[in-house]
Design a protein around this ligand. Structure first.
Ligand code: PNS
Length: 167
């Protein structure tokens, strides 16, 4: 069985992530969506919350599983016997960082390849950070996330909601 791991912060998961997961699921027998720790980021949602939101967007994808891990990605990949790490690439801006990670992961563990999938054109500008930024101001994030994710994100981040709670 050819297993791929699709790692990320998923804080929160977006249509861009869903697209990459769905396409990876066609290429591999099993895809594990892994909520991992990016030490450069402070997440807004707990790992459990992120898993719940990923469940929503991967509903019906039968060969997709979701997991969490707070160690080195390659250790997880090795433990699962995965042959690939799948990442989405939007633009040149993603490239340098992703390239560094891919090289470092390859040095740490030679048993899996990093596979980059180019983003679909409609998700070119879709990122978790942009979703959170727009949600803070209570504006429409429907182009980026499904309604169940939208509701959770707006509830957590919208400044107007917060002011109401403080009253
Ligand atoms: O969605 P992100 O934040 O771009 O995902 C980055 C992530 C979580 C995949 C990356 O930081 C990662 O692999 N973290 C696990 C720890 C690890 O292996 N770090 C070394 C990467 S070279």
């Amino acid at each position: 069985m050819r297993i791929a791991v699709c790692p990320g912060s998923f804080d929160p998961v977006t249509y861009g992530h869903r697209d990459i997961i769905k396409r990876a699921a066609k290429m591999f027998d099993k895809v594990i969506v892994l909520v991992a720790v990016n030490s450069a980021k402070t997440p807004c949602f707990t790992a459990e919350e992120r898993v719940e939101l990923i469940k929503v967007v991967t509903e019906g994808m039968d060969n997709v599983e979701i997991d969490t891990f707070d160690g080195l990605l390659v250790d997880y990949v090795k433990e699962k016997g995965a042959v690939a790490i799948v990442k989405g690439l939007r633009a040149v801006t993603d490239f340098e960082n992703e390239f560094q990670q891919a090289l470092a992961n390859k040095i740490l563990y030679d048993g899996a390849e990093t596979v980059f999938l180019t983003t679909s054109a409609e998700n070119m500008y879709c990122s978790s950070s942009i979703v959170k930024e727009i949600a803070k101001y209570g504006r429409n994030i429907d182009s980026f996330v499904p309604s169940k994710v939208r509701d959770v994100v707006i509830e957590r981040l919208c400044k107007t909601n917060k002011k109401e709670e403080e009253k």
